[in-house]
Design a binder for this molecule. Structure first.
Ligand code: PMP
Length: 411
């Protein structure tokens, strides 16, 4: 669904993000921390306010007018998301609290439903902690083994090592689409096809993919896909788990409670149909509605226009950053999106980040919840500039000016 404005009208878009209009420390804000969380367009903020002002009510259980309005808006968002991901059924769209919550849901459910001692789960060396720790916990619990696909010095997975790792004990491959700390975009079709040739399901962590690229879960043929609303211009506290119906039907529920049941007695409970089997308790109604509006907003701009604009920005940023003496990129993958991580000589990234902040430039410094990536590249931390479609080349020039100030101060 690409109704792209060509070319992307960045000036108009920026007026739709009120937060970007401010100054920080007397300098225009340059927000380059989009991989941590993105800013929200006014339509999203309005939609959330509208819900609380006009039809706040619980979903699914009421016959009264407000509850019907809330239930309709909530379920219409499920359809927006189905279309957004090109899932084949509404039963495949489960609302969660975010990417972390989606992966924990699956780790708990898969662990309980299908993991025996000696089974193996495969992840990669570039995963976010949220795609490491839940599997580690589950493996410890079930006596299973976590295996890790290594990466090369550019931050790309070693495909042959992956191929060798797959065997009859492998129960799942869980892999990031786009790395938050390296910017690497993984060759998902190849990864998924190879796993499927051995009947192994694949979960994709799409947290850093959906803000930058069109995702079609049927074209990818992934079995599960998770993302967070707040990274794709929606509110915090909500996310999505997509799962193929045949898998979700087989897996046991994660949490028990209201909404996920059809019938309860003290002796036995009959669980609800999909997707409700995985949605226990009152959901985050306002923010689900906000997420739907955010995704419609992104689709109106169009992923073709977004990709073109952002690729241009990233190429420009890489080119300009190379001018700086002592610049070392952490992550040089051929296919990349979203983020550029670097270290600047022996200046600690926290010092870089603090000085950039004084110049109005917001970047993230640290391990970016990927400590094994820092260990792999033998750095304690990096500075990360991460982009969204509302960023401009002028902002990258401001980043450059601020980095020159860092260098002057440490000279
Ligand atoms: N995976 C990746 C690749 C991420 O970048 C993040 C957020 N930094 C997460 C998972 C976790 O997302 P959340 O904190 O929204 O659950």
């Amino acid at each position: 669904m690409n109704t792209a404005l060509h070319p992307l009208d960045v000036e108009k878009i920026r007026t739709e993000f009120p937060i970007l209009q401010q100054e920080v420390h007397g300098k225009p804000l340059v927000y380059l921390d989009n991989a941590a969380t993105s800013q929200k367009p006014i339509v999203v903020i309005d939609a959330i306010q509208d819900y609380y002002l006009k039809y706040n009510s619980n979903v699914h259980r009421g016959v009264h007018r407000l509850s019907q309005l809330a239930s309709d808006a909530y379920e219409e968002t499920r359809e927006t998301i189905r279309q957004f991901l090109n899932a084949s059924s509404l039963q495949e769209i489960i609302f969660t609290k975010g990417t972390t919550d989606g992966i924990n849901l699956l780790a708990a459910s898969i662990g309980r439903g299908m993991i025996k001692p000696g089974d193996e789960i495969i992840i990669s060396a570039m995963e976010h902690h949220s795609n490491i720790v839940p599997w580690q916990m589950m493996c410890e619990d079930r006596g299973a083994k976590l295996r890790v696909i290594p990466i090369n010095d550019d931050g790309e997975i070693l495909f042959e090592a992956y191929e060798e790792m797959l065997n009859e004990r492998t129960k799942l491959v869980s892999i990031v689409h786009t790395s938050n700390s390296l910017g690497t975009v993984n060759p998902l079709r190849e990864i998924i096809d190879l796993a499927h040739s051995k009947n192994i399901p694949v979960l994709v962590d799409g947290a850093q993919a959906v803000p930058h690229t069109k995702v079609d879960v049927q074209a990818l043929d992934c079995d599960f896909f998770v993302f967070s609303s707040h990274k794709v211009f929606g509110p915090t506290g909500v996310g999505v788990l997509y799962g193929k119906k045949e898998w979700l039907k087989k897996l046991p529920p994660y949490q028990g409670g209201g909404d996920m049941i059809l019938h309860v007695t003290f002796e036995k409970t009959k669980f609800n149909e999909l997707p409700y089997k995985f949605e226990a308790g009152t959901p985050n109604i306002a923010d689900v509605i906000g997420l739907g509006v955010a995704l419609q907003y992104v689709q109106k701009i169009g992923y073709d226009a977004i990709s073109e604009w952002e690729n241009d920005l990233i190429q420009y940023a890489l080119h300009r950053l190379q001018e700086i003496e002592g610049m070392r990129f952490v992550g040089n993958a051929k296919h990349r999106a979203g983020a550029i991580s670097f270290v600047l000589g022996d200046i600690h990234p926290h010092d870089v980040g603090t000085i950039l902040d004084r110049e109005g430039v917001a970047v993230r410094t640290g391990h970016h919840c990927t400590q094994p990536v820092m260990q792999r590249f033998k750095v304690p931390a990096t500075t990360r500039a991460s982009f969204a479609f509302y960023n401009t080349k002028e902002e990258i020039d401001q980043l450059m000016n601020a980095l020159h100030k860092v260098i002057e101060m440490f000279a």
